[in-house]
Design a protein around this ligand. Structure first.
Ligand code: SF4
Ligand code: SF4
Length: 177
């Protein structure tokens, strides 16, 4: 089993419903977020192109955040989901420094927090909170080892890219282009 997410750049309107759903589902404190919206403008006026992306932890295959964690608080669970055990986190911040995507934040209660691919929902057969609310169906989640999962089908049918492939982390959030 290998969980992954796809994010359709052609469909995202930047409404932030995914951000609000995540904050509500995961009790993310005000002023912080586990997912966020990025807007990039490319080109030269008047030939400009706007790209809107919903971003989060990439649940990478190669995890500098886990390797650098001195306590084992940062770890990988079944399906490749990268998690932090809050009670084992000493708040040293090594993982925050190691992540090329700025995907982690210091929780005011003294530990590091990040996207969990809503593993508590996935265990019940549900989609992640962000996927479940996206009004344009820009987001999809599923098992790459299942050829019939939404992500497997989309990655077969569409062109895609990942963020910062040069970092060598093998990110598992795919942007459909
Ligand atoms: Fe770790 Fe950052 Fe990759 Fe998430 S995006 S698994 S925090 S390196
Ligand atoms: Fe590990 Fe916590 Fe330090 Fe991050 S801040 S490296 S999770 S102990």
């Amino acid at each position: 089993m290998r969980y992954a997410m796809t994010m359709d750049i052609k469909k995202c309107v930047g409404c932030s419903d995914c951000v609000v759903a995540c904050q509500t589902e995961n009790n993310v404190p005000l002023g912080f977020c586990r997912d966020w919206i990025v807007e990039n403008v490319d080109g030269t006026y008047p030939n400009l192109e706007l790209e809107i992306r919903s971003e989060r932890c990439n649940h990478c295959d190669n995890t500098p955040c886990v390797r650098t964690c001195p306590t084992g608080a940062s770890h990988v669970i079944e399906g490749g989901i990268v998690k932090v055990t809050h009670s084992e986190c000493i708040g040293c911040g090594a993982c925050i420094q190691a992540c090329p995507y700025d995907a982690r934040y210091f929780h005011p209660d003294g530990y590091v927090d990040k996207c969990t691919f809503c593993d508590h929902r996935v265990a019940k057969g549900q989609d992640t909170a962000c996927v479940s609310v996206c009004p344009t169906k820009s987001l999809a989640f599923g098992d790459l080892d299942d050829p019939n999962s939404p992500v497997s089908i989309l990655l077969r049918e569409r062109k895609w890219k990942v963020n910062a492939p040069e970092a060598g982390t093998k990110p598992q959030v795919y942007f459909l282009i």
